[in-house]
Design a protein around this ligand. Sequence first.
Ligand SMILES: Nc1nc2c(ncn2[C@@H]2O[C@H](COP(=O)(O)OP(=O)(O)OP(=O)(O)O)[C@@H](O)[C@H]2O)c(=O)[nH]1
Ligand SMILES: [Mg+2]
Length: 303
Amino acid sequence: MGFLKSVSDKMSKMKSGFTDKIHEESKKDEPVDNDYLEFVEELLIEADFGVRVTQRIMEEIDADIDASKIKTRRDVEQKIREIALDILEKVEKPLEIRKKPFVILTVGINGSGKTTTIGKLASINSDKGKRVMLVAADTFRAAAIEQLEIWAERADVSIVKQKENADPAAVAFDGVQSAVIKGMDVVFVDTAGRLHTQKNLMNEIVKVKKSIEKAYSKEPDEVLLVLDATIGQNAINQAREFNKMLNVTGIALTKMDGTAKGGIILAISEEFGIPIRYIGIGEQIEDLKVFNAKDFVESVFVP
Ligand SMILES: Nc1nc2c(ncn2[C@@H]2O[C@H](COP(=O)(O)OP(=O)(O)OP(=O)(O)O)[C@@H](O)[C@H]2O)c(=O)[nH]1
Ligand SMILES: [Mg+2]
């Protein structure tokens, strides 16, 4: 299925919570007055566009009304789309897996979708003929290692693991070193979920990053922050803290299918400008999409 149709179908919550409501109004032959603008502002906040993006949108709408560029509700709808595209185009930088091994460290809070995203990417890359290695540096629970093993089997790729409670930095070191020796194309390092407020665990992930650097003589090629879109504005704080500690180079925004508040993608993009590499719109392999701004706006912001 193409990007447009599948994303559009899976994003039905966001569409019914925001896009369809704006569109219904835009069909009405009624003025763009203060009441209407307040209604629009509330919708934006409810859909998690965040204060900063909402303010930008409302200010640009005001300016366009003053300049007589916006006359109808349909013009307002169009303007929101334009601003969404402007924000998202700046973060559309697909991850290019060039040199080998290309090492991707995934980080994020508990349950954000790290392991699933790795599993999906392992399959996609393996299908392209790349030699993929998964590294089970989430040693917190035995189940976490097993979960990654299942994905490795499904994608028919290699896995490096140790026992439960092994030092995650040591597992990461071994994994990357072995990938270098075996001539792997791409390495995904899975890590345990942690809250950005847990100081010890945040220090631990910095150690994991450093140990990859030691095994590899350079930093990981990608520090991929996996963010759950359904947690709303909390995602902003997480992105800020993870970025401060680890220099995040890309974001995978998961569970976009499960939320009416998909505006969070705009809030994050406008705030940090970190590339959005992938969006997750479901649990299956085909539900991970390389992020494309124009396609996204067309499938989510057009009714
Ligand atoms: N609907 C939906 N579910 C998703 C998506 N991505 C992940 N999930 C589900 O979210 C749950 C948690 O995913 P995991 O990949 O285990 O998350 P994790 O970040 O590895 O979790 P921890 O290792 O516990 O920190 C699983 O049930 C996944 O199937 C998505 O894009 N959409
Ligand atoms: Mg996991």
